[in-house]
Write a protein that binds this ligand. Structure first.
Ligand code: BGC
Length: 454
């Protein structure tokens, strides 16, 4: 008999996007520019100079996109708000027209029976705040809490699941250390400052939520289990440092366990210990944790690579996605079990999981066949099921991504969507993976037992 993959009753099935990657119209209706708008318009920063000026034109097509979600049977939709649409200068004056877009989006979702999961910050900092130091300015915790508070005032009730930040690790590693993401800085000294301020902003926004909100709030982290490339002592230590840098750096303070001692070793003179007040603020209790999982890291000692002295090692015979990430679904179970065992089994939503693969042109029968993405999806959903079977408290799964979209500096070259987007015509076509996901949702997981993907 085949295994039963039915998920617990009430498990929430959805898909995710982020504002800058899909909305387009970055300056419409009085919005202030973001650091991403600025970055993509700086020559040489993105593949082929591509920008989010139009992207998926979701700002104008959100009604069609809601209908698409409804047809696929999605129960939830995770999206983010562009802070600068609501506060064009980042603080102070509210722009009602910008807020109006999210108002209509949320109402449209609710009318379609789709639960909104709102992320307050997915990387598009108002440029006006970057001019004041951005994530390096300690005032940003207050700026962020004020923005968050305005959002709670307006939407709490209609929105019952909030997230503060998406992936502080990527914001700092990409934006402040390696410079591949906005605002494009390359500074070892700035990086831990930005990390600390992000976690303080998160804590301040959770605190504000407790004063105003009546529902749930969480934090979204990208987590990636780390393995040593060999059994040498150097690789073992490298894997440990990599784990501290990417996973513990945010998990530990968020769950009241302080900063990992290895941070001092990693950042050297650029590190300063957090004060007790800072640790307490970052550790505001959250209602759930959002986990973004894509791959694992097999790490080799490589002293030239800052800050941890590590390089990724490719594994022979394994499938890699177009972003160079190994398909390693066991790592998702491992990550979920690690959270359960180490951090007291908090409620978890998988807030992102997905893969970029080449898609063939649409066939004459209208199909977009994406067997590798479908296979990735099936494998990872089975892994989630396995973690639930072992007692992890997993409440829902949001596929990344609903639509092909702007993959940040990589432009439109990497397609993560379960729905194909023709960027010339803005036509949307559900790929085979989306059609499969529809069946998964309709059967609450049961179809995962079929060997559809192989
Ligand atoms: C981000 C998404 C991104 C995805 C794939 C995550 O780090 O939250 O915005 O598109 O990974 O790279």
């Amino acid at each position: 008999m085949s295994k039963d993959y039915t998920f617990p009753e009430g498990f929430l099935w959805g898909a995710a996007t982020s504002a800058y990657q899909i909305e387009g119209s970055p300056l419409a209706d009085g919005a202030g520019p973001s650091v991403w708008h600025r970055f993509v318009h700086t020559p040489g920063q993105t593949m082929l100079g591509e920008t989010g000026d139009i992207a998926c034109d979701h700002y104008n097509m959100y009604r069609d996109d809601i209908q698409l979600m409804r047809k696929l049977g999605l129960q939830a939709y995770r999206f983010s708000v562009n802070w600068g649409r609501v506060f064009p200068e980042g603080t102070g004056r509210i722009n009602e027209a910008g807020l109006g877009f999210y108002d209509r989006l949320i109402d449209g979702l609710l009318e379609a029976g789709i639960e909104p999961l709102l992320t307050l910050y997915h990387w598009d900092l108002p440029a006006a705040l970057d001019d004041r130091g951005g994530w390096l300015n300690p005032d940003i915790a207050t700026w962020f809490a004020d923005y968050a508070g305005a959002m709670y005032e307006r939407f709490d009730g209609r929105v019952k699941k909030w997230a503060t930040l998406n992936e502080p690790w990527v914001i700092t590693d990409g934006g402040y250390l390696h410079g591949a993401l906005a605002p494009g800085h390359e500074s070892l000294f700035e990086t831990p400052i930005a990390s600390r301020n992000l976690m303080l902003a998160h804590g301040a926004a959770v605190k504000r939520y407790r004063e105003i909100g009546k529902h749930e709030i969480g934090l979204v982290l990208n987590l990636e289990p780390k393995f040593p490339a060999s059994d040498s002592e150097a690789d073992f230590k490298t894997a440990e440092r990599s784990d501290a840098y990417m996973n513990h750096q945010y998990m530990d303070p968020a769950f009241g366990r302080g900063c990992p001692p290895l941070m001092k070793e990693i950042f050297g003179p650029a590190w300063r210990d957090w004060t007790d007040e800072e640790l307490a603020l970052a550790a505001q209790p959250i209602d759930w944790l959002g986990v973004n999982y894509y791959t694992r890291g097999v790490m080799m000692y490589d002293p030239g690579k800052w800050p941890v002295g590590a390089s990724y090692v490719q594994q022979p015979g394994k499938t890699y996605t177009e972003t160079g990430w190994e398909v390693y679904e066991e790592g998702l179970t491992k990550t979920l079990m690690w959270i359960k065992d180490t951090y007291g089994n908090p409620p978890v939503y998988i807030t992102e999981n997905g893969s970029a693969f080449y898609d063939p042109p649409k066939a004459s029968n209208g199909r977009v066949q994406d067997p590798l993405r479908l296979d990735y999806l099936q494998r990872h959903l089975r892994s989630v099921h396995s973690a639930i079977g072992q007692g992890a408290d997993i409440r829902g799964y949001m596929a990344w991504s609903l639509l092909d979209n702007l993959e940040w500096s990589l432009g439109f070259s990497k397609r993560f969507g379960i729905v194909h987007v023709d960027f010339e015509t803005q036509d949307r076509t559900p790929k085979d993976s989306a059609l499969f996901y529809s069946k998964v949702i309709a059967s609450n997981g049961a179809v995962l037992s079929e060997e559809v993907a192989s």
